[in-house]
Design a protein around this ligand. Structure first.
Ligand SMILES: [Zn+2]
Length: 136
């Protein structure tokens, strides 16, 4: 658990993925100090609370799927899955996910894995998510 909720840990320039850059720029803090991770002074700064909000918006809300009786996100994250992430993402997201995992000490996982199928997710931008289901 991170002790100081207001400490700046990352910034919007830390990410390679355009969706994560844009989303973090929207919700980040306007602050010209140097980022402790990438050393940029132009990016909007992110505390642990903003990083968790970013994960919630980008992964949980971004993969929410409506069903006949409601809906659920395809990807979730929590501290219990730290170092146990099992999502398979596009190559340009791999480093961003590692950065989020290590900074927030969380792991990302697929909620529908218990249905006996392997879900391969290609998150190719914030709003268009290609999902390939392979029945085992
Ligand atoms: Zn940065």
């Amino acid at each position: 658990m991170i002790e100081d909720n207001n400490k700046i840990l990352l910034c919007s320039d830390c990410f390679k993925d355009e969706g994560l850059k844009l989303d973090s720029f929207q919700i980040g803090i306007d602050d010209n100090t140097e980022c402790p991770n990438c050393k940029s002074s132009n990016g909007k700064k992110l505390s642990i609370l903003i990083i968790l909000l970013l994960c919630r918006r980008y992964f949980s809300h971004g993969t929410f799927t409506k069903t006949e009786y409601g809906g659920a996100p395809l990807i979730e994250f929590n501290e219990q899955h730290y170092k146990k992430s099992n999502i398979d993402v596009s190559s340009w997201l791999i480093d961003d996910i590692k950065l989020l995992e290590e900074t927030a000490k969380v792991g990302f996982f697929i909620l529908v894995q218990d249905y006996g199928c392997l879900v391969k997710l290609n998150l190719y931008n914030h709003y268009r998510i290609k999902i390939r289901l392979i029945i085992l």
